[in-house]
Design a protein around this ligand. Sequence first.
Ligand code: SDX
Length: 431
Amino acid sequence: MADTNKSATLTLEGKSFELPVLSPTAGPDVIDVRKLYAQAGVFTYDPGFTSTASCDSTITFIDGDKGELLHRGYPIDQLAEKSHYLEVCFLLLYGHLPTAVELEEFESLVTRHTMIHEQMHYFFRGFRRDSHPMATMVGVVGAMSAFYHDSLDINDQQQREVASIRLIAKMPTIAAMTYKYSIGQPFVYPRNDLDYAANFLHMCFSVPAEQYNVDPILARAMDRIFTLHADHEQNASTSTVRLASSSGANPFACIAAGIACLWGPAHGGANQACLEMLREIGTVDRIPEYLARAKDKNDPFRLMGFGHRVYKNFDPRAKVMKESADEVLALLGVENNPTLQVAKELEKIALEDPYFIEKKLYPNVDFYSGIILDAIGFPTSMFTPIFALARTVGWVSQWKEQLADPQLKIGRPRQLYLGSTTKDYVDIENR
Ligand code: SDX
């Protein structure tokens, strides 16, 4: 529990109110306003939650000034280099790096839960083939609550554990099925002899007509992309999952809500929007035109893959992603990829531009990820489903943490009301 050896005094219309100040293990102190309305009859006001802590957590910490991202204390660049996605999943879920035995048991458990109920295949038939894969994912993941009735009770710790493993294990299968369905190819079953990332590539790219061997370079790049997207404090989609869960909704409904929120171009949809933007720019000589648009207050255009609510310095994930993009494209012999050249030049020019410097806008996780996903062979429509696949462990970990809080209350924000005060109904003949 946070230390409360400090307090803040609020003075309002001649009255003073003492508010406890809670000190974290890292990051800014927080003023505990839980009793403010009862004591002072006033609300706080913070649309977009720019200055609001919605919960306490021990899972992930971001230092936006230092460009630091920690998962249970371990820096993301070390995890990306030395760990792998399922080990990071264990770390996020259980709070410590696994022993060799724990890791083997966890990976075996996930591997043996990658198939989905056979009847769920029929859900896909209800979607148009040209549906965005995120539409299908939201629908199918929500529909998991229509199948896995033995893991819906959030008050049962064992059922919470089963739902957690099912979601992490089955998300790649569902994401791959949304892709296969969108291109009219048959679904490919998971294989238990492949690791998590290789299995996903197998389910996406193999066809019954010929042998498909997963390229280990691509599998490693895929696994690293999963790791870089695993969790990120109380971002919009994680906050959506927490809010949905606070009403007691079942785990599959909560994760489907998170997928829906992630879809937005200001959030997880930015990786697709960024690659489409880089392709629209096309050549380095057109960069100034787009930078001018990004700076124009009257133009809604924003530089996709740039900026962040928390990072006011570089996003450490973008740094690792950029290194990975260089490595993967060189190994694939496409280092002269025009889109990568535009991205690098755009980053260089933007970071020297006073507008971006003053507003502290740097590339975020979405700026380079699309270039790697494109090189692996995915269409842009699959970029956000892959983000959702990777973020499932973050959503599930935060969901479990919230449910373990004995003080959990339903999330119910108040408002600053600016509408009409009470007035009498006017009959239609008098209007
Ligand atoms: C993710 O929260 C997370 O942790 C998210 C995420 C995760 O892992 O979960 O990191 C994943 O969502 C990354 C962000 C992906 N989105 C994009 O790349 C879309 C483009 N970026 C922006 O829309 C924006 O930067 C946000 C949404 C990411 C952050 O928006 P904020 O914090 O609300 O900041 P803001 O919109 O108030 O911008 C501050 C200023 C504004 O100018 P002023 O009104 O002060 O004059 O900076 C400008 C903005 O106009 N600005 C940009 C810009 N981003 C912000 N101008 C041009 N291009 C941009 N990309």
